[in-house]
Write a protein that binds this ligand. Structure first.
Ligand SMILES: [Zn+2]
Length: 130
């Protein structure tokens, strides 16, 4: 057995006769290295849930557009209708893509945005014409 500290040959002694450092400790450190190579293939199998969460997040845009379209429809009906139509299209696309989180809510909100914008437009026109 060769001492890792000074390089002296010590046969089967537990301690180096030249420098006194323990030889078994050096041997144990070599035995621990193969154990440190843990193969990490299983975390790759856990990625599909993360991809589902990412696809569910895609319904956030039409959801927010639906809310904004209702508010914008009261202030500017044209802007409200445009935002509501975009939100409705994105919501239907998300629903067709299998997204369930907030999808129905975004479609309902966008539909309400269209209705409120149309009503707001009619009221604004009546006020102008009166
Ligand atoms: Zn030594």
């Amino acid at each position: 057995m060769i001492c890792q500290k000074c390089g002296a040959e010590n046969g089967n002694n537990e301690y180096c006769h030249n420098c006194g450092s323990p030889l078994n400790a050096a041997q144990q450190s070599y035995q621990q290295q193969p154990g440190g190579q843990y193969p990490p293939p299983q975390p790759n199998g856990q990625y599909p849930p993360y991809q589902q969460q990412a696809s569910q997040g895609s319904a956030t845009a039409p959801f927010v557009l639906g809310i904004i379209s209702i508010i914008a429809g009261l202030l500017s009906p044209i802007v409200g209708i445009i935002l509501a139509v975009i939100g409705l299209i994105l919501g239907i696309k998300a629903k067709n893509a299998g997204v369930q989180n907030k999808t129905t809510a975004s479609i309902v909100l966008s539909s309400c945005g269209i209705g409120i914008s149309v009503i707001s437009w009619i009221i604004a026109t009546m006020v102008i014409l009166s």
